[in-house]
Design a protein around this ligand. Structure first.
Ligand code: HEM
Ligand SMILES: [Cu+2]
Length: 560
């Protein structure tokens, strides 16, 4: 393999379009640039959400007011939850790494609808700025990220702008989903079958269907809340004949499938990383692809497990409890097949691999404690306590944010043509693992003892757990900032690398780093095993003269 440096051809950073400077980015239709723009935007909002997380944990160091009053604390968890869910983790892996790598993994020159893709990003930015405007200039929303009625109909804080922001962000998600479904069906290189796409691509495909089918429901629900607030139609408000439980059904009919919009892409990243650093193809590839689809499907029919204390009938609760246990089967298949892939593999403990291994462990704790909440008898005791907070943060921090960070480290050399300091990255991963457990495990105990969520005050017997948890939040946040800083430094000072520093075997690693503007100058030859691409194409990209001429032709066409 000839690891040429990346100076011999036009990579997508160097493209000369009719626009200059910032406009060359904001008006680009290149999927790689759109991926990078999402990365910058999403990480900026993640840091805002993280700041609220830090402040919340600081407040919880002592009973009663520590740094803020109760009303401000209500806004902290609402803004933290809203920003983290709608501006970070739902767009998350698909918007950044899906945009950058989906076409590269299937041998395509771009997504099916490049201009629509740019429009989706502009919608994301519009929604984000609406949320930011409300954050800076309006009285901070205090309803919780679930915007439950009737309180969200009555609160004097600003609900309208955050709801409109969520509505617009929903459209960005739907259009991205539409783009990715069509891209997987229509843009695969000639001869590549659906069951020859890597599992990350399968994960994006399944997620895209949830984005398209589930997101409109939260859109409608938000419109109904805004109409009810303005005109009092009596849809949700019980004092005028409305039904607040109807709102909960509509909200969770979207928001439970939405947790799979968050989780499934992370599963795809785990599969590609485990295969790369076990030096093996994924065990049970086809079953893994089917289990991704199965999780997406079953995820539609479990939503009411969030409402076991809402007064539902026993029959309905039993059905939803059973279906919730059912979704554990395809999820268990994934964990089993990841471990089976490791079995007798040649394990390389790189930072992405270390994070993937920690994710399998932490996510399993999150998943298994989901069964405590899925069984009616224990859920009645644990609902709305810190046990729930611990459960979904073990899933989110343990299995999803961790994989967003692992994806940043794994694909960094491909995106930027440079390598980061792996030693610092590994220290970051270990601190992340320790911080996450010290922060969230005490919350399981507090929840079992009855500590309610969303309370800014508590009884003295909970203080020791809150103190430990807050110290954990400092370790976790420090680890995240360490890893981000390490990568930021590497963008400017990292050691240049060739096309495949990890020795990975999916298609994107056969091309130069960063990739050429046009992606594939030579049409790649599809491989039956998506994790066995090294034999084929690599040499084509060394034909620099040919690449440059071809590119200049196209750039001139574009500028003419
Ligand atoms: C990394 C550091 C983080 C820390 C220290 C943290 C801490 C917390 C705490 C303490 C609460 C409970 C507040 C309460 O009920 O009193 C909370 C709620 C929440 N967190 Fe996090 N969190 C973090 C990251 C995240 C991420 C990455 C996400 C999602 C992507 C997230 C989503 C949520 C949501 C949805 C809530 C519920 C908010 C509500 O009750 O309305 N968190 N977080
Ligand atoms: Cu759920």
């Amino acid at each position: 393999m000839n690891n040429t440096t990346n100076t011999n051809y036009t990579n997508f950073y160097q493209v000369k379009t009719k626009h200059k400077g910032l406009l060359a980015w904001l008006l680009t239709t290149d999927h790689k640039r759109i991926g990078i723009m999402y990365l910058i935007s999403i990480l900026s909002f993640f840091l805002v959400g993280l700041t609220f997380a830090f402040l919340m944990r600081l407040e919880m160091l002592t009973p009663g007011p520590t740094i803020v009053d109760a009303q401000t604390y209500n806004s902290f968890f609402t803004l933290h939850g809203m920003i983290m869910v709608f501006l970070f983790i739902i767009p998350g892996i698909p918007a950044v790494f899906g945009n950058f790598f989906l076409p590269l993994q299937i041998g395509a020159e771009d997504v099916a609808f490049p201009r629509l893709n740019l429009f989706s990003y502009h919608l994301y930015l519009t929604g984000a700025f609406l949320a930011l405007y409300s954050l800076i200039f309006q009285t901070h929303i205090d309803t919780g990220w679930t915007f439950y009625v009737p309180y969200s109909l009555r609160t004097g804080t600003d609900v309208t702008l955050p709801l409109m922001a969520a509505f617009i962000l929903g459209f960005s998600s739907i259009l991205t989903g539409l783009n990715f479904v069509t891209t997987c069906h229509r843009m695969r290189v000639k001869g590549m079958k659906m069951f020859e796409m890597p599992l990350f691509t399968w994960a994006l495909y399944s997620t895209a269907w949830i984005q398209v089918v589930a997101t409109p429901i939260i859109g409608i629900t938000i419109v109904l809340v805004l109409l009810e607030r303005s005109f009092g139609f009596g849809i949700f408000d019980p004092t005028i004949g409305g039904d607040p439980v109807l709102y909960q059904h509509l909200f969770w009919i979207y928001s439970h499938p939405a947790v799979y919009i968050m989780a499934i892409p992370a599963f795809g990243v785990i599969s590609d990383i485990i295969a790369t650093f076990s030096r093996k193809s994924v065990f049970g590839y086809k079953v893994m692809a089917y289990s991704t689809i199965a999780i997406a499907f079953i995820g539609y029919v479990v939503w009411a497990h969030h409402m076991f204390t809402s007064g539902m009938s026993d029959t309905a609760r039993t059905v939803f409890s059973f279906l919730t246990f059912f979704v554990a089967i395809p999820t268990g298949v994934k964990v089993f097949n990841w471990v089976a892939t490791l079995w007798r593999g040649t394990i390389v403990l790189s930072s992405p691999m270390l994070m993937a291994l920690s994710a399998i462990f932490l996510f399993s704790i999150g998943g298994l404690t989901g069964l405590h909440l899925g069984s009616i008898s224990t859920d009645i005791h644990l609902h709305d306590t810190y046990f729930v907070i611990a459960h979904f943060h073990y899933v989110i921090i343990g299995g999803i944010l961790s994989m967003f960070i692992a994806a940043m480290h794994f694909w960094f050399p491909k995106m930027f043509g440079k390598m980061h300091n792996e030693k610092v990255a590994k220290i970051g991963v270990v601190l992340y693992f320790i911080g996450a457990n010290v922060l969230y495990f005490p919350m399981f105990i507090m929840g079992y003892m009855g500590m309610p969520r969303r309370y800014f005050d508590y009884l003295p017997e909970f203080q020791i757990y809150h103190v430990i948890s807050t110290v954990g939040s400092w370790i976790l946040i420090a680890s995240i900032l360490l890893m981000f800083t390490n990568l930021l430094i590497a963008i400017f000072k990292g050691k240049p690398v060739g096309s495949n520093p990890w020795g990975a075997k999916t298609l994107e690693w056969t091309m130069p780093s960063p990739p050429p503007l046009l992606n594939f100058i030579e049409t790649p030859v599809p491989s039956h095993d998506p994790y066995d691409y090294h034999g084929h194409d690599e040499r084509n990209f060394e034909d620099v003269k040919y690449i440059e001429n071809k590119e200049n032709d196209i750039i001139n066409q574009e500028n003419s």
